[in-house]
Design a protein around this ligand. Structure first.
Ligand code: ZN
Ligand code: ZN
Length: 177
């Protein structure tokens, strides 16, 4: 997603807000890593673009809506997440020669635009929750029969599942010592 910056670039102190709701496609067609298929349109941008001596500082929040499975019962949950970002987009002409590995992104098109795609993707992958629960006391799936215990009481809850490798021992008629 390219954003023109000609109105503020090279004017340190100038700033502009960028509020928009855009489809995930706007950030490119590469897979979204673990969020691929989970991301629900739109991505909500609430950003400030500040002109600084070296380029443009982008800060604010990104709003993502994701369909992710509950970590216990696997039922899909739709949740919204906000990720904070602060990223410097540097004018390549002002990068110091010995600082090629400086973190951050470059201004593009002769310092007239920035591309938010990589920043948005990185922010989502870093900010993505590793595990969600549909509710704190989700009972999850029964380890014995696979039933969703939030929906049906299968009656296995009181017993530990028997490891099938040992179940044959329970049937042996062992002589007493
Ligand atoms: Zn659950
Ligand atoms: Zn069960």
């Amino acid at each position: 997603m390219r954003v023109p910056i000609t109105d503020i670039v090279d004017q340190p102190g100038a700033s502009r807000s960028l509020r928009d709701a855009v489809d995930a496609d706007a950030f490119g067609t590469d897979p979204w890593g673990t969020a691929d298929g989970a991301l629900v349109d739109p991505v909500v941008l609430d950003l400030h673009l500040d002109s600084v001596v070296d380029g443009i500082l982008v800060r604010g929040t990104l709003g993502f809506t994701l369909d992710l499975p509950c970590g216990r019962c696997l039922v899909t949950q739709r949740r919204s997440h906000e990720v904070h970002v602060v990223e410097l987009f540097i004018d390549p002409a002002k990068r110091e020669d010995d600082a090629d590995d400086e973190p951050g992104y470059d201004l593009l098109d002769a310092a007239t635009a920035i591309d938010l795609s990589t920043m948005v993707r990185d922010a989502l992958l870093l900010g993505l929750p590793l595990r969600i629960l549909c509710r704190e006391d989700c009972q999850g799936l029964c380890p014995t029969c696979g039933t969703d215990r939030n929906v049906t009481d299968c009656g296995h809850a009181d017993r530990d599942p028997v490891d099938p490798r040992w179940s044959a021992l329970a049937d042996l008629d062992l002589p007493p010592d």
